[in-house]
Design a binder for this molecule. Sequence first.
Ligand code: FES
Length: 167
Amino acid sequence: MESGRGSKTCSGPCQGYGGQQISRRGFLWAGLGSLLAFVSGSFVAAYYYLFPPDVEDLSKVVDVGSPTQFPVGSVRYIPEKRFFIVHDARGFAAISGICTHLGCTVEWFKVPKRFECPCHGSFFASDGTLLGGPAPRPLDCYEILYQNDRLVVNTGRRVAKDYRCKV
Ligand code: FES
């Protein structure tokens, strides 16, 4: 059927790519199939983003050295990974240095024995417990293990604040 301006319109099957006839119904089914493929692909991507598979990310495993480098009572910052190694009477702990308010790096103060955030004043006990300020929760504690005479921290695994590695 010809329109007034010289372009063609179809009232039945139309010509597709390669000269194939595509019915309106076929076109709609193809469109619906593409939409379903897109939506299901998006769900799969979202699922893996929200629930990543339990594969150990080796970039998150850090060898911090021999336990003898961390005497009892010491709190030492590991700047490359932004966490502290705390060695108290119960053992070794790895405490995140990232403030849970807006992500500034906290500092350790021997007196009064606490972590303080320079940005908005949150402060935390040596085990990461939130003591005050706008931060919504304690500092994260990471898994720390003793392997081959070394202390190894996995920043990909959070543990309870009473977790300690004993050597
Ligand atoms: S970022 Fe630490 S208190 Fe705001």
